[in-house]
Design a protein. Structure first.
Lengths: 315, 329
């Protein structure tokens, strides 16, 4: 019998032994791109923030840090201005903190309640499936569409004067709350799923009602996960610009907001306004604002990660 | 002794010590408690329904105002969808969405060209190659990249990317405008890398070990296992993450506003300025178009188009994930 018809096994050892490491190196390089971008991003922002001041070499870390602190303090105390020497973010910082508080008040209770309903109460069925699909889709809606919703619903109320809030803090907070609601609901659900079923059964077996079981046992056990997700959601809200532009935070506002019905502006919006300016001097101001924003966001993220690591109980 | 006899004897012994009278038995929760339970359930259900109301609200707002736009501007639907000119300030104004659609898809395409390969390769590296220690450093770094606000990326385009592009192309005699599509593609691409890599990595890590071990046992190299076994097994998730990333790029606003400019035109030159749908919405709202004019209302028509496109992409992504998922038990 002839063996020539059957294809011979060719190991191609050379090519295969070369291809593997090349591919591995390419993958490593691709992964490092992300890290490099992160470093370049932070580095260039710090560089821009330090430009225009008495120049220190980059390795004079102490002097540079002092300069940076000086810049952050100046821009944190100054108000919006068309003069780069007097421009800053004071009104925006107060506005952002107001937004943070209001969004936390509005979005956290509703989001956690919706998550609890979907995980602990809702019967398996069509209603639950509809809500679940809907939340997944809402999480993918571009933020500017929420801005349009907020503009028509809260700021203008379809032209009904009596209900229209106008471009005030509350309208912005409501818009941002709707924006981060899906994030909070999804993370709450994930946190509730990690709570073992035996905890629920034990509570019910001792005669607890469903709410006593949820509020007394399931929610406390899921709290770290819920807090992590909530903080991440809030940090998303703080960094958003586009929806706030839509609901009227864009104007040049120099008065500090005193209540939820006052006009306001936020740090990212002011960064946008300064970044648009053609004057090179404003680059430093924008960079200073970004440093403030990133410090706020990074500390929130760090808190979230610490909570997650500290309380990882049921994993 | 047979079993039925024993169980009967046991239960008799259990009954013997004290036979509880009806009033000792727990009568169940009081009526007040039951009412409270019901009220709480209703409140929780209402909170869940808020999310559905949000979707309905978006649909209602966009469609009502879009109808109003078509009535106010007397532009036909076909003219809107197929018009190649967008000049809301001209007389008579022209509202053709094609330049915006072109800008949106050009930037989505360009940023995907950057983000999809890099994201996929990082996902493969993180799930197949990376040592555990390195992985525990790289993954949070990528997550951090995802948490940076988009306005920062826009600022980076102006501060760093455009000057670098200028330094590269201007000596060659190619004029690079301050606002150009390429710089927008680069920053949006970088922005969506973490989305692709983290979603794909989740799927690739979920591919069972047995599959890899079987391939190794047959003499496959690591490269072959990664590209011919693990990747095909997780393909549905990878494709779903690609579509989600494209949808993110379509809906991205601030980075594009600051990088690509506001010039609605249809061009193949990546160094020209473009305008996307999101940019147009920002342009209209920051301009002095007063409430109720055709220009103002056109914002909602463009918003509806944007919403439909991103929703469509998200739904397709979900379908791909569910339909083509390989289920391993």
């Amino acid at each position: 019998m002839s063996e020539t018809a059957a294809p011979r096994f060719r190991p191609h050892r050379m090519i295969r032994s070369l291809l593997g490491p090349i591919f591995g190196a390419a993958c490593l390089l691709a992964t490092l791109t992300g890290v490099i971008v992160l470093v370049v991003l932070l580095g260039s922002i710090l560089y821009a923030a330090l430009k225009g001041k008495p120049d220190n070499p980059w390795y004079a870390i102490g002097a540079n840090l002092r300069e940076l602190w000086g810049l952050v303090r100046t821009v944190a105390l100054n108000r919006q201005s068309s003069d780069p020497a007097a421009a800053g973010y004071r009104v925006g910082i107060v506005g952002s903190l107001w937004l943070l508080g209001l969004v936390a008040l509005l979005a956290i209770p509703v989001g956690v309640a919706a998550g609890v309903y979907l995980e602990e109460y809702a019967p398996q069925g069509r209603l639950r499936r509809i809500i679940q699909t809907n939340i997944a889709n809402l999480a993918g809606v571009p933020s500017i569409v929420y801005g349009i919703l907020g503009l028509a619903l809260f700021v203008r109320a379809f032209g009904v004067k009596a209900l229209a809030l106008g471009p005030c803090l509350l309208a912005g907070a409501l818009t941002l709350s709707l924006l981060i609601l899906p994030i909070i609901v999804i993370t709450t659900q994930e946190a509730l799923r990690t709570v073992p079923g035996s905890l629920r059964q034990a509570a019910l077996a001792l005669g607890a009602t469903r709410w006593q079981m949820v509020s007394g046992h399931v929610l406390p056990a899921a709290l770290p996960g819920i807090m992590t997700g909530t903080i991440l959601g809030l940090s998303r809200a703080i960094g958003e610009t586009a929806p706030l532009l839509m609901v009227g935070a864009a104007g040049a506002i120099r008065k500090l907001p005193r209540g939820p019905l006052d006009r306001y502006t936020a740090v990212p919006v002011e960064i946008y306004n300064y970044a648009k300016e053609p004057d090179r001097m404003f680059q430093t101001i924008s960079a200073g604002g970004i440093v403030i924003l990133l410090i706020l966001l990074l500390s929130m993220n760090a808190a979230a990660i610490m909570i997650r690591n500290r309380f990882q109980r049921f994993q | 002794m047979t079993t039925p006899e024993r169980s009967a004897a046991d239960s008799a012994a259990a009954m013997k010590p004290d036979d509880p009278s009806p009033e000792d038995l727990w009568s169940g929760h009081s009526r007040l408690l039951a009412c409270r339970e019901l009220a709480i359930a209703v409140v929780l259900a209402f909170c869940a329904v808020v999310t559905v109301l949000t979707t309905l609200g978006i649909l209602l707002v966009l469609s009502v105002q879009t109808v109003e736009f078509f009535m106010e501007s007397k532009v036909g639907i076909l003219e809107f969808l197929l018009g190649t000119e967008l000049r809301p300030d001209a007389t008579p104004p022209k509202f053709g969405i094609l330049p915006l659609a072109w800008g949106t898809f050009a930037i989505a395409f360009g940023s995907s060209c950057i983000a999809l390969p890099i994201g996929l390769l990082s996902a493969i590296y993180l799930s197949e190659y990376a040592p555990r220690r390195l992985r525990s450093v790289l993954k949070p770094a990528l997550e951090l990249l995802a948490g940076i606000p988009t306005i920062v990326y826009g600022y980076l385009a102006l501060l760093l990317v455009t000057p670098v592009l200028k330094a590269i192309f201007e000596p060659l005699g190619i004029r690079v405008p301050q606002f150009n599509a390429l710089s927008a593609c680069i920053v949006v691409g970088v922005m969506i890398i973490p989305l692709v890599s983290s979603l794909s990595e989740d799927v690739l890590s979920a591919v069972p070990r047995g599959l890899r071990e079987a391939a190794y046992a047959l003499g496959a190299t690591k490269f072959e296992v990664s590209t011919r076994v693990v990747l095909p097994a997780g393909l549905s998730g990878v494709v779903a993450s690609f579509i989600l990333a494209i949808s993110r790029a379509v809906g991205e606003t601030m980075a594009v506003v600051l990088a690509a400019g506001m010039l609605p035109q249809i061009t193949l030159n990546p160094l020209e300025s473009l305008e996307t749908m999101t940019t147009y919405i920002v342009q209209v709202i920051s301009g002095e178009a007063s409430y109720g004019t055709a220009k103002y209302l056109s914002l909602f028509a463009v918003g509806l188009s944007l919403f439909v496109i991103t929703l469509g992409l998200n739904i397709i992504s979900g379908l791909v994930l569910r339909r083509y998922r390989e289920v391993y038990q």
